[in-house]
Design a protein around this ligand. Structure first.
Ligand code: SAH
Ligand code: MG
Length: 214
C-alpha cells in the first residue's frame, strides 16, 4: 500500500524545534493535575495568533479556557493593550489558566468568568461589551448558541473561530441522534451559509471553523 505521507507530522516536526516554554508549561500543568489533555492543536494555536494579529483585534472572547493554552495564543496576537475575556465552567481550570497566562507575561490582560458560559454571555451583553475576536471551544452541544452570542457581541469585521467542528469524523453521520453531532452539523451549516459571514472550515486535526463578520 502506497499510503499518503504524514504531512502534518512533518509540519509539527518543523515547529517542535522551537522551544515554547509558556505553552509547554500549560501542557505540563494540565498533565500534572490529571485534567483532560484537549488543548487546541499547536498548529491551530499558531493560526489563532496569526488571525487575531491580522484582524488587529484588541478585545477577544474565549469560551472554554481549560489550562490557558488557547488563551496565550490569542493574547499573543492581540494589540499590545488588548484584553481577553474567558468563560470557563470549572473554577479550578479558570484558576490554572489565569496562572499560566500570567506566567506567559499576560498578567492583567485576561479576565476569567466562571460558570456556564450561557449564563455569563447575557451579562457581557448587559455590560455593553463587544469583541473583535472569538474562540469557541467549550461544550459542543451549545455551539449554535455560542454562534448566536458571538454574532450578537461582534464588532463589524470580527473574526469567529471554533475548534473541533468535525468531531473526529462523526460530523458526517447525517442521521446521528447524538446531541453533539446534531448541534455541530447545525453550527457548520450556519457557518457555511449565514449571509453575515465569510467563512472556511479547515479539515486538519479535528476541524476548525474560521469566519469573518461582514
Ligand atoms: N480552549 C482550551 C481548551 C478548552 S477544553 C485550549 O485550547 O487551551 C473545553 C473547556 O470548556 C473545558 O475547560 C471545560 O471545562 C469548558 N466547558 C465545558 N462546558 C462548559 C460550559 N457549559 N460553559 C463554560 N465552559 C465549559
Ligand atoms: Mg478544542
Amino acid at each position: 500500500m502506497s499510503g499518503t505521507p504524514d504531512v502534518t507530522a512533518y509540519i509539527d516536526s518543523l515547529y517542535n524545534k522551537e522551544n515554547d516554554e509558556a505553552l509547554a508549561r500549560v501542557l505540563a500543568s494540565i498533565r500534572e493535575r490529571g485534567m483532560p489533555e484537549i488543548s487546541v492543536h499547536p498548529g491551530y494555536g499558531r493560526l489563532i495568533t496569526l488571525l487575531a494579529a491580522s484582524a488587529g483585534a484588541s478585545a477577544a472572547l474565549e469560551i472554554g479556557a481549560l489550562g490557558g493554552y488557547s488563551g496565550i495564543c490569542i493574547l499573543r496576537g492581540l494589540a499590545p493593550d488588548g484584553m481577553l475575556t474567558s468563560l470557563e465552567l470549572q473554577a479550578e481550570y479558570a484558576e490554572l489558566a489565569r496562572a499560566n497566562v500570567a506566567a506567559a507575561g499576560f498578567g492583567g490582560r485576561a479576565e476569567y468568568r466562571v460558570g456556564e458560559a450561557l449564563a455569563r454571555l447575557p451579562e457581557l451583553a448587559d455590560e455593553g461589551k463587544t469583541f473583535d475576536f472569538f474562540f469557541i471551544d467549550a461544550d459542543k452541544g451549545n455551539y449554535p448558541n455560542y454562534l448566536d452570542w458571538a454574532l450578537k457581541l461582534a464588532r463589524p469585521g470580527a473574526v469567529i473561530v471554533a475548534d473541533n467542528t468535525l468531531l473526529r469524523g462523526r460530523i458526517t453521520e447525517e442521521d446521528s441522534t447524538s446531541p453533539s453531532v446534531r448541534a455541530m452539523r447545525e453550527f457548520n451549516e450556519r457557518i457555511a451559509t449565514d449571509p453575515r459571514l465569510v467563512s472556511v472550515i479547515l479539515p486538519a486535526y479535528d476541524g476548525l471553523a474560521v469566519a469573518r463578520v461582514k
